[in-house]
Design a protein around this ligand. Structure first.
Ligand code: 13P
Ligand code: SF4
Length: 332
């Protein structure tokens, strides 16, 4: 039983921070978290460091030590504007690489170098070159969930928050969109006049949701509003009321305040938003991302103490990959 009355929180250290995570952390365990949180807050000041955290990070990271939270697009945009000397990316490796591409002169750290992504693993630079040879003239739109080497072979990047806009911005009738087959299919469904050539990469978290999952949630909660991430299979997105990036999902809940909502995405998403909207009931047909969950308060502290794990990118790859990311950021 994790719930604690707000009055319990007042006698604990950092009561305002505890109030945001009290549904996830028992009061008795909070002092142990506080040791890491205090150290991280001090180290950030001493080292002029900033923590960018993805929406799938656990509540104790998201609500207590992160300076900026958001979806992949927001983290990329914030990486450009920060004045910090060190960026700690609380997320997965491709996000840290993107931050480094945009900040070649800053130190970018990822607290666990093994925090990968099944999409990034699904394709190599050589695969992209083969696709180009097979479909000459078709521009390559690459999801940011890829390595810098794959981005370097691409014309432009996209995220789940701007995929449709990016594809349309190219003004052509055929594009290669990789590596997420479902994001590409979901985007194609919204752009019937454009042929989208796909790659068979999948997010191991979102590919597990089924249309039947959504139907059974609706059967149990007829009034539920279902919000899905576009990395889900198209038949799942079709069953949902809305599909969008993690930031789009958070905005939807903030603006519409549905009485009951199901977020068909990674589990921490509901945990993190729920703290802001106590009046909204969250039904949780969620899956965990094992890569996102490699990041902890303890390894964020170690990252800052020991300057690990520094992200580096081969300069010849970095230059071309940066161009693909910057072209994306230039599309408004
Ligand atoms: P967004 O936060 O950009 O929607 O991405 C979701 C995701 O799966 C990132 O790994
Ligand atoms: Fe990759 Fe999916 Fe995990 Fe995001 S949630 S990091 S897309 S495996």
């Amino acid at each position: 039983m994790l719930a604690n009355a707000p009055s319990d929180a007042v006698s604990l250290p950092f009561p305002s921070l505890y109030a945001r995570v009290r549904h996830h952390i028992p009061a008795v365990e909070w002092p142990a978290y506080v040791r890491d949180i205090e150290a991280i807050l001090r180290l950030k000041r001493e080292r002029n460091a900033v923590i960018l955290a993805h929406n799938y990070q656990t509540p104790e990271i998201f609500h207590t030590v992160a300076d900026i939270v958001g979806d992949s697009l927001a983290l990329a945009r914030e990486a450009v504007t920060t004045h910090a000397d060190i960026i700690v990316l609380a997320g997965v490796h491709f996000m840290a690489e993107t931050a480094k591409l945009l900040n070649p002169d800053k130190t970018v750290l990822i607290p666990d170098a093994k925090a990968g992504c099944s999409l990034a693993e699904s394709i190599t630079a050589a695969d992209v070159r083969k696709l180009r040879a097979r479909y000459p003239g078709a521009p390559v739109v690459t999801y940011v969930n890829t390595s810098a080497a794959v981005k370097a072979e691409s014309d432009i990047c996209c995220t789940s928050g701007n995929a449709k806009k990016i594809v349309r911005s190219l003004g052509v009738d055929r594009v290669i969109m990789l590596p997420d087959e479902f994001l590409a299919q979901n985007t194609a469904a919204e752009l019937p006049d454009i042929e989208i050539i796909t790659w068979a990469g999948h997010c191991e978290v979102h590919e597990r949701f089924t249309a039947e999952d959504i139907r059974s949630v609706r059967e149990s909660y007829p009034d539920v509003v279902v919000l899905a991430h576009p990395e889900c299979p198209p038949e799942v997105v079709k069953e949902a009321d809305f599909a969008g990036s993690t930031a789009d999902i958070a905005d939807y809940v903030g603006e519409k305040r549905p009485a009951r909502v199901a977020l068909v995405t990674e589990c921490s998403m509901s945990d993190n938003i729920a703290a802001h909207y106590p009046e909204v009931e969250f039904v949780r047909p969620c899956n965990l991302c094992p890569h996102m969950k490699r990041i902890t308060l303890s390894n964020i502290r170690q990252a800052l103490e020991q300057g690990q794990h520094e992200v580096t990118i081969d300069p010849t790859v970095a230059e071309r990959a940066r161009e693909a990311v910057e072209r994306m950021l230039a599309v408004r």
